[in-house]
Every structure is written in C-alpha cells, then in structure tokens.
Design a protein around this ligand. Structure first.
Ligand code: HSE
Length: 439
C-alpha cells in the first residue's frame, strides 16, 4: 500500500499557482477522498521570486524543470508550462521514465497528441488533460465515462473564455473589440498570444481534442475550419440583437453519416437558446448522445482556481489508479487505441448554412436588385432584408438573412457582389445556427 503520492509541477503561472494552492490548502480534504496524502514534492518555474497567493515554503523549488522531470521520487508530472517546446520534450521524457502525466496543454495535445498518447500507452502510464478543454468543467471525464454508452451525434461549444468575454462585453456595453480584449487580458483569461483566443485557434485546439474523444477519430486540427471574432463589429452585434440573435464563437462538430464536420466560427444563435446566454468567461458544451439526448456542460472556462480544480481532479484520478493498481483503466482518448478509426472531414465548401450578410452599398435605385440577382444566380434564397437610414451620398448597411445556402456558392457570390461599383467595402457574413435543438 502506498503511503503517499508525490507530485511534480512544471510551470507556476496562473494555472500552476491554482494547482499548488489547492494541493497545499486542501490537503486534508483531498486525503479524505484519496486515502493517502498528495504531496507537492517539487515545483519549477522561471520566476521563483514572483509574488504568489500561496505559501510555497514547504515545497522544493527549482528554476530548472529538468530537475522535476528527472526526480525519481515523483509519481505524477504536472505540465503547465504551455506551448509546444520544451513542454513536449519534458512530457515525453517523463513518460519514458514511467511517470504519469497531467497537462492542460491543449495546443500541444491538439498538435502532437498522437505522438504523446501513443508514447504513454506503450509505456503503460496514464495521461490526463481535463483542464485542456473547458477550464474547470469536468467535460472530458463526462464524455469518456459519463457518456460512454452513447454514439455522439454532435457538439456545439463555447470553448474560449476570452472570446466569449469580449463578445459579451461588446454586446452588453457596446465597447470596442480592443477595449474588451484588454479587459480580458487584465483578468488573466487570455493566452500568452491573444491571437489564439480571438482568431479561434485556441477553440480549434479544444475542438480537435473533443472530436477525437467523441468519434474515436485521430486528432485532426489541420482539418478544422477556423474563423475568429476580430471582424465582428458593434454594428453586427446590434443587428443580430434586433433580429433576436446573439453572436458566439461556436465550435461545431457533427456526425454526417460516416463523415464528420468540424468548424469554429462566429455564429448567430437564437437569443432564447441556452448557449446564447452563456456569457462572460463562462464556457459551455452542448453534446448530443443517441441514448441520453442533449447534455449541457457549463462553467468557468479559464482562470487560476477553475483550471486548478480540473488539474487536481486529474491528479486525484491518476492517484486513485496508482493506489488500486488500475493504470490505463480508462483509455486516454475515450476509445481503446485499436478502436480508433479515421473519419473523413467534410470540406467547408460542401457544407450548407443560413447566413447573415451585411453589405455596405450606395443608397440608389437598383442596388438591391443587383445584389439579389447575384445571390439568385448562386441559388442563394433571401429570407429577409433590412435597410436602416438613408444616405444620399456614401454607403448604408443593408442586412440580409438567407435560407440554407452552400458555402462554396456563398463565397463566389460575395466575391462578385464585393466587386460591384455600388458596393463599398467588404461584405460581412456570419453563419447562423437556428436548429441547435433539432437536427
Ligand atoms: N485562453 C483560454 C480562454 C484559457 O480564454 O478560454 C483557457 O483555455
């Protein structure tokens, strides 16, 4: 019987600090739940003198993560450095030494996950990554274990707290994109490179992980279609609102026969839907299983303590495995390695969606007819049109909603429309998802 479990932590930034705080300050509670003490044996960070809201006096500290990776006493290595390298090398090295791994590194797993997961499988160690998607929400465990009886049919996720915070601020307060981003950064939600948040890349990393878990397909980051939120203006948010919609950066993944679709883009969703009311730094994942129906996970997707909560839940899972000798009891990617099969991803051009278009066009006779003519030529059917205000000279916004139209045709139609003499500026197009409940 083990007397304790020893944990090594590399990376003491926001999340690492949260993990240390929980391990040290809730030691008693965790021991009651695990049976033996979880000891934070050693921690590494480049900035050891940085003030932190936790007393680390009882923890061996080092500036060199290699010290932790090579420490023979450590059972579980927690990687919270982030980024690709040296995180990848440290994880692979720790695996080769037989250590179990906990990481929150979605970028690394989405990109090099196949290499890392197979190294862990071959070596007979566990790797857990609850905090990589949805911060504190236990959705990975939910998919792997709670929903194990289901074929997953589709998922709709709000998976980036920063982007959601920005869109919420823009919607509620009418502030600019830049001001909302700075506010999110001050609150510690944003990635080191905020383009990952606002350009949809972080959401795509998370969707790649979820898609692999849900459908048993290899990680497919490079096949995910990605658009960010930086082109969304307060004007579009205002129009969406008047039409009864909210704009959310949505991760969508759906089974289509034997194939799947996977995409990340700003999406207009009906304001009455639960997902439209997931605001601020909150994340949510709506997941549909063929037995269970719809399940909604909701919670804080970023921040020191929520992400720390998820990391510690992984530490506890792996500790329990170690104590009972049940390593690799639950496959890291939900399916047994032999049961994972590649699914084809449908190219975005072949998908259909309803659209919101905002044209900037001169307010002259015949302009609408020209635009409508081009749309009609590409079999794009108009559902409604709004023009507000009147300008004798200069352009006015004309908003159109369409019925379902093929993506490739939309692209070609907008290219032609944007070349018209009477159209000033690039047309804004936002996909709409009206039928989140009944697909
Ligand atoms: N930057 C991420 C977010 C942190 O804003 O959601 C959590 O992954």
């Amino acid at each position: 019987m083990r007397r304790d479990i020893k944990i090594g932590l590399i990376g003491m930034g926001t999340v690492g600090t949260g993990v240390a705080k929980i391990l040290l300050e809730k030691k008693g509670l965790l021991e009651l739940k695990v049976g033996v003490p979880l000891i934070l044996e050693q921690a590494a960070d480049r900035h050891l003198d940085r003030p932190r809201p936790v007393d680390l006096s009882g923890v061996k500290l080092t500036e060199n993560p290699e010290d932790v990776v090579n420490n023979p006493k450590i059972d579980i290595l927690v990687e919270l450095i982030g980024g690709y390298e040296p995180a990848r090398t440290f994880i692979l090295k720790a695996i080769s030494k037989g250590k179990h791994i906990v990481t929150a590194n979605k970028a690394l797993l989405a990109t090099f996950g196949e290499e890392i997961f197979s190294a862990a499988y071959e070596k007979g160690v566990d790797i857990a990554f609850e905090a990589s998607v949805g911060g504190g929400i236990p959705l990975i465990k939910g998919i792997k274990e709670g929903l194990v009886a289901n074929n997953i049919e589709c998922m709709f996720g709000i998976l980036n707290g920063t982007a959601n915070y920005i869109l919420t601020k823009m919607t509620d307060e009418g502030i600019t994109f830049g001001a909302a981003l700075r506010d999110a950064q001050r609150r510690g939600y944003a990635e080191a490179d905020p383009r990952f948040d606002v350009e949809g890349i972080d959401t795509a990393h998370k969707l790649a992980i979820l898609t692999a878990l849900a459908y048993g397909t290899p990680l497919n980051l490079d096949q995910i279609y990605v658009e960010g939120i930086s082109y969304i203006t307060p004007l579009d948010i205002q129009f969406a609102r008047e039409l009864g919609y909210r704009i959310k950066l949505l991760a969508i993944s759906r089974l289509r026969g034997k194939d799947i679709e996977t995409r990340v883009h700003p999406t207009m969703i009906p304001e009455s839907h639960l997902l439209a009311n997931v605001n601020g730094a909150y994340n949510a994942l709506l997941i549909r299983g063929d037995s269970v129906g719809d399940v909604l996970f909701y919670g804080l997707g970023a921040g020191m303590m929520p992400a720390g909560s998820a990391v510690v839940s992984d530490i506890v899972d792996l500790s329990r495995n170690l104590i009972k000798g049940g390593v690799q009891r639950v496959p890291a990617l939900a399916y047994m390695p032999g049961g994972r099969k590649k699914k084809s991803v449908i190219p975005i051009d072949n998908l259909e969606s309803c659209y919101y278009f905002r044209f900037s066009a001169l307010d002259q006779p015949g302009v609408l007819a020209k635009i409508a003519g081009i749309l009609g030529g590409y079999k794009i059917s108009i559902a409604s049109v709004i023009q507000k205000g009147r300008k004798i000279r200069g352009s006015v916004p004309i908003v159109m909603l369409t019925h379902r139209a093929k993506e490739a045709y939309v692209r070609q139609a907008l290219k032609e429309i944007d070349e018209l003499e009477v159209v000033r500026g690039k047309t804004v197009s936002i996909r709409m998802e009206d039928n989140l409940d009944a697909l």
